[in-house]
Write a protein that binds this ligand. Structure first.
Ligand SMILES: *Cc1c(COP(=O)(O)O)cnc(C)c1O
Length: 394
């Protein structure tokens, strides 16, 4: 399985690089940088040093005793919410910013949806002494205001994007446009395992630290591998980071949970694998939410971080190959799961993360006694404005 992607960045039918001519030199340059530095000993040593002395790794593995009792299962949480800046995003952001330095870039740009990748990018850029510009959909600026202020405090410039869907998709388009205008001086730090090759591969490699740690921690603490590993899927970076080191363990079932939003209708969810069809989105051939005319449709999810009409191409491949299963959880199911985790484990997960809890609980109901590993991708403090308007109001 790790043979993927091939030389053209393809995962089976999916992936590749569907971009305008103007982007090709920038991507070629990035590809050379990835080939040259990613597995280089010095780079890896510096990456590991930042992860352990600055970003808080390894993150804990927690046994969730009360959830285990309630669900009739054995539930283990990989605590990415304990990583610096509150989510798994920091693994990728610090890795790409180190790469940017190696490539001689003078400036970091990033896009953000929930704001988590923006915060992680701002933090990594501040840490390594580089200026940072973050593009963010105007809708997301509104619903994730605490994160906007965090980015500003760390010296980043936040640019609200008013075009297109005014969310993550428009922010990525804007960042790509900026990058094209100065591909040598600017490094585009992409926040999920999406986009044109080599980004899905680069992000997977940087995030696989999650699964490598979790696998070793399960063996040491739980006495064996999990029966199933569960993660939420937006673009798919925390999920691929968790899943990848388990792909060769055929006894371990892998389950990704997408945002089911209000229901299965087009426009009511952000579940590209569950409800989507193949097409090209932002440089990659993958499963996307589009209408019968190939128009990419706007999405809905209560969680800004899952609100995206595409998904990383490796997930499309892993679904078609049958190695990974994907399901969705609705807004209401996610909010209910969030409250259960907060009340009974003392952990307030991000609303994105809560989708994984909802999916895991469903699995536990059908498989009594299962040993379940959940990627707790981030903490929910950033979601307080939404929680105040929804669950705290009821
Ligand atoms: C951004 C984010 C996600 C979704 O992104 P992926 O690339 O699918 O991991 C999930 N959980 C949290 C906490 C996030 O910040």
């Amino acid at each position: 399985m790790s043979a993927y992607p091939d030389a053209k960045g393809r995962y089976g039918l999916f992936g590749g690089r569907y971009v305008p001519e103007t982007l090709v030199p920038a991507l070629d340059r990035l590809q050379e940088g990835v080939n040259r530095y990613l597995s280089d000993g010095d780079f890896q040593a510096e990456f590991l040093h930042e992860l352990t002395t600055w970003a808080g790794r390894p993150t804990a593995l927690s046994y969730a005793g009360t959830l285990s009792q309630r669900w009739g299962a054995s539930v283990w949480l990989k605590r990415e919410d304990l990583a610096h800046t509150g989510a798994h995003k920091i693994n990728n952001a610090i890795g790409q910013t180190l790469l940017a330095k190696r490539l001689g870039a003078k400036r970091i740009i990033a896009e953000t949806g929930a704001g988590q990748h923006g915060v992680a990018s701002a933090a990594a850029a501040a840490r390594l002494g580089m200026p940072c510009v973050v593009y963010m959909g105007a809708v997301d600026v509104e619903r994730q205001s605490p994160n906007v202020d965090r980015m500003r405090l760390m010296g980043a410039t936040v640019v609200p994007v008013h075009s297109g869907d005014k969310t993550l998709r428009a922010a990525i388009d804007e960042a790509l446009r900026d990058w094209v205008s100065d591909p040598n001086g600017t490094y585009y730090s992409l926040g999920s395992a999406v986009g044109p090759h080599p980004y899905p591969y680069l992000v997977r490699e940087l995030q696989s630290v999650i699964g490598r740690e979790a696998r070793a921690q399960m063996l040491a603490m739980a006495g064996g591998l999990p029966d199933i590993a569960v993660a939420c899927v937006g673009g798919g970076s925390n999920a691929i980071g968790l899943f990848h080191p388990f792909l060769g363990d055929t006894s371990v079932k892998l389950l990704g949970i997408e945002a089911g939003g209000r229901g299965p209708g087009l426009g009511d969810n952000a579940a590209s694998l569950t409800f989507g069809t193949p097409g090209v989105l932002q440089g990659s051939y993958t499963l996307i939410l589009q209408d019968a005319h190939g128009q990419v449709r706007e999405t809905h999810s209560v969680s800004a971080g899952l609100d995206y009409s595409g998904v990383g191409p490796e997930h499309s491949f892993l679904m078609k190959s049958g190695r990974v299963s994907y399901e969705s959880a609705t807004d209401d199911e996610a909010l209910e799961a969030l409250m259960e985790c907060a009340k009974h484990e003392g952990i307030l997960p991000a609303i994105e993360t809560a989708h994984a809890f909802a999916g895991a609980r469903r699995y536990a109901d059908a498989h009594p006694g299962a040993r379940i590993l959940i990627c707790c991708s981030g903490r929910g403090d950033k979601d307080m404005p939404i929680l105040q308007r929804t669950v705290l109001k009821e």
